[in-house]
Design a protein around this ligand. Structure first.
Ligand SMILES: Cc1cc2nc3c(=O)[nH]c(=O)nc-3n(C[C@H](O)[C@H](O)[C@H](O)COP(=O)(O)O)c2cc1C
Length: 468
């Protein structure tokens, strides 16, 4: 139950925070005084240079137009990303490569029809950045490309396109044999990613992210052990889709760097034993087979293959918001239809931080971006600084915190803006933003849920709020 855990905001001093972390039996690097110079240092992103160590993670509001173009709400979000001070914009938000791959009828789709509007998003973001900081030097902006696979709801109803039959998740979306994507359809889909990537380049994006996380198609294929044919079976079959896509984009658009957002490890659907979840542990890519542990052997092999295929960067995430949100985005308060956190959310943060550091150590050529820091709140800058300066990631990705406190990167990478030991400066700035958290959440959820899921739930009793 939530009440069992100590909420991070109750950890008032650095000592409180550190001793609580140590009482949990996990490790989180921590700098009593965040290293502003370290957080402001540039790093290499393939052929590009990123001007500081903050990235804005992709965050969609499912608030685009019915045709997949941006609305004023989308434009406002992207402008705030530009003003945030982060020099890396990892993907902006999930953008489907075709209509049947949308997770929501209001998700962006990149086509020749919407390209102008999506180009405008990037231009507005860059203009805002330049307006606030005087220059866009070192600003790198990517676009996240996706197909939602099992979680596709292009018209508001589940229209799952799956990689394989899953013992628990099929029932949740009403998937059956007819939902299976054929090898020929996957071949075609590689072509759709390539077309979208070329378009992204033409409208000015610096890189594309081939989304391979959170249970969506690219990620689901990685656990397609039982799938016959070219795209399943052993790791080379299971990773064929993402590797071929990266390779094909590189061949078609050689001046466009490619990154991959990867759920580096996965857990079985939470509390699914009664539904057959004991079997589901084997389908958790990067898991140890139990459904609740991590084994990075396969993810490490995949990252080697991706680097070989031409990927230059990985944004590390984990799990899925649909079936194990506590793994993907640690939180004290669960989503409206979620479950109380089964572990102290700091355990989830530490798991993500440790896994990203393991990847950075093993794949020094790849630029590595971390995720899952927002729960740290007042202590985010202290942990971010320690992780970055110890080489645990190249950049710290900011998700939810970028909605509630979009200024955090700018304020944290300028001298005098962070505390020197007791967290007070960062804490007071963040406390001032608490009200903003509520209103920006409301803005995102009102637009995403009223469009298609008036009660916030699908016909299968799962909330659309669980997605993304
Ligand atoms: C409203 C919302 C929308 C999101 N949309 C996306 C998305 O489009 N693509 C993606 O890869 N992750 C998406 N995520 C996940 C975040 O990028 C991030 O991984 C997660 O929130 C954990 O990071 P944090 O602790 O900084 O929030 C979304 C998260 C939220 C809260």
């Amino acid at each position: 139950m939530t009440g069992r855990h100590v909420q991070v905001r109750r950890l008032i001093t650095a000592d409180d925070f550190r001793s609580h972390v140590s009482s949990l039996g996990v490790e989180l690097p921590f700098d009593p005084a965040p290293d502003v110079a370290g957080l402001s240092a540039p790093f290499r992103f393939g052929p590009l240079h990123v001007g500081n160590r903050f990235a804005i993670l992709p965050m969609e509001g499912w608030d685009g137009t019915a045709r997949g173009g941006p609305t004023d709400l989308v434009r406002r979000r992207w402008r705030r990303f530009g003003r945030s001070g982060a020099k890396l914009i990892w993907g902006g938000e999930a953008t489907a490569v075709r209509y049947d791959g949308r997770a929501n009828p209001r998700q962006l789709v990149l086509t020749s029809e919407t390209a102008g509007g999506i180009e405008g998003l990037r231009d507005d973001l860059v203009r805002e950045h330049r307006g606030r900081f005087g220059s866009d030097a070192g600003l790198v902006v990517g676009l996240q490309l996706t197909h939602s696979g099992r979680w596709a709801r292009p018209d508001g109803q589940p229209r799952p396109r799956i990689a394989y039959r899953h013992p628990v998740l099929d029932a949740r979306v009403g998937a059956d044999e007819t939902s299976l994507l054929t090898d020929a359809e996957l071949d075609d889909l590689v072509g759709d990613f390539v077309r979208a990537a070329r378009l992204a380049r033409e409208i000015g994006f610096d890189f594309v992210d081939v989304k391979c996380c959170h249970g969506y198609l690219g990620h689901e294929l990685l656990s397609a052990h039982t799938r016959p044919g070219l795209y399943g079976g052993d790791l080379s079959g299971r990773s064929r889709f993402v590797c071929s896509t990266v390779e094909a984009i590189r061949a078609s658009t050689p001046d466009l760097p490619v990154g991959v957002r990867l759920s580096l490890f996965d857990f079985a659907p939470h509390d699914s034993e009664g539904e057959g979840g004991h079997e589901a542990g084997r389908f958790a890519f990067g898991g140890d087979g139990t459904g609740a542990g991590v084994d990075l052997s396969e993810p490490n092999a995949l990252l080697e293959a991706l680097a070989e295929a031409g990927a230059v960067a990985v944004c590390v995430s984990a799990g899925s918001p649909y079936y194990c949100p506590h793994v993907q985005r640690p939180a004290y308060f669960p989503p409206s239809d979620g479950y109380p956190p089964p572990e102290d959310p700091l355990v989830g943060v530490a798991r993500l931080v440790e896994a990203a550091a393991a990847v950075k150590a093993r794949h020094p050529r790849l630029a590595v971006v971390g995720s899952g820091y927002s729960y740290l709140q007042e202590w985010l800058a202290h942990v971010a600084s320690a992780v970055v300066t110890r080489g645990g990631v190249d950049a710290v990705g900011i998700g939810r915190m970028a909605l509630s406190y979009p200024d955090l990167p700018a304020r944290t990478s300028s001298p005098g803006s962070v505390s020197t030991g007791d967290g007070s400066a960062a804490r007071s700035a963040i406390a001032r933003r608490r009200h903003a958290t509520v209103s920006s959440r409301a803005a995102i959820h009102s637009t995403s849920t009223t469009a298609t899921c008036p009660a916030g739930r699908t016909s299968h009793g799962r909330s659309a709020a669980r997605g993304r």
